[in-house]
Design a protein around this ligand. Sequence first.
Ligand code: C2O
Ligand code: CU
Length: 444
Amino acid sequence: MSPAFALAKTEEGFFDLAAVKGQARLYGKDGGLSDLWLYNDRLPGPQIRVKRGERVRVRFTNNLDEPTSVHWHGIRIDNAMDGVAGLTQPPVAPGESFDYDFVVPDAGTFWYHAHNMSWNQVPRGLAGALIVEDDEQSFHPECDITLILNDWRLDENGILETASFGAMHDFAHAGRLGNWLTINGASMPDIALKKDRWHRLRLINASTARILDLAPARFGAQIVGLDGQAFDTAREVEGTVQLAPAQRMDLVLRPQETGKLPFEMMTGKPFTFANFVVSETESEDLPLVLPPPNRLPEPDLSSPWELPLVMAGGAMGGMQSMMRHGVEMDMRQMMSEGLFWAFNGVAGMEDDPMFSAKRGDTILLESRNDTAFPHAIHLHGHHFRVIERDGTKLENPDWRDTFTSQPRETVKIAFVADNPGKWLIHCHMLGHAASGMMTWFEVS
Ligand code: C2O
Ligand code: CU
């Protein structure tokens, strides 16, 4: 597998990014060519690599036939640059351009993706990595490896199946699950590692709905960060760890033998979707320097503003009715509008925010999953600590921008609403978001 292609700046200091129609073989050389929508005709989109604190300017052009926008997932960004079509900017029409201009306050592993009709645009290929480098770098460039994991639904010819985009059955169940995984757009790639050298692997789950069960300990890796936020110390995790849609996981490892190591998905029996191939190197042996944690505002848990976030609806969820623009709708009406899910009994975006915070308020969201499916809930513009699961307080609560919630589980998250603007909260199973699991909050 060739290393991820990094985008260079133009002379004027812009990253040029264009959404275009393109093609790729998702099933390897034996599969057919899939029609995709791509950034700069690459799968995944080109890597944008910058330094902590840098000003990033992206001149984006839409060469698709439909409007789109670009969201910078996990960046604590200026609201006007968040890229949410219809909330923070008008969608970029076909043939038009939009300049994104923002500063990246945190180092870590982030990504960008389309944010207009995301359920239809992201699973056709509109996603790429946004890597913000730490001040000190202790990895050889060849040992700092970004891996974008993607789940596709392919037909019997290995071609992206497009007839089922928007299928209500998927929306009402676990989302658009695929049947084939790629890494950086490649089918069953070899990932080159060096013996006796420290590596940093940056995993990004760009899937539409697939939660990946991974087992980093099986290939000798430790976790050093989640969703772009570094831990204080490396964490050895026995067993499996979930990587839900939109989540990232940073790993470090130092292979001690040459040869092949499988990279597996642990759902059911282990399924190998890539191989690490370890070879000798002459390069200098650098010591492991863990990325330093970012400085995030610490939630004040002495007097937080507590709010519920109850997820309901979906197939087998037992929901009878939900509210839409102040009107109660029964299941039949909801289905006819393509709405299956609700937060706090309300399906989809309303004109008013779910809550309005004053800048600096600590918000404690108590989420409860009253549905039959897991969800991956993302907050825009903020990172939060996951402080409690099913009544158990978590020691050393992790910072995240997307948290998972299993059926019947309660999860408490806390954050300081310190970023003024209009911010989405939605499930990152993109069909769920499109069919009701999406709301917003305001910070002023
Ligand atoms: Cu990664 Cu609202 O999205
Ligand atoms: Cu969901």
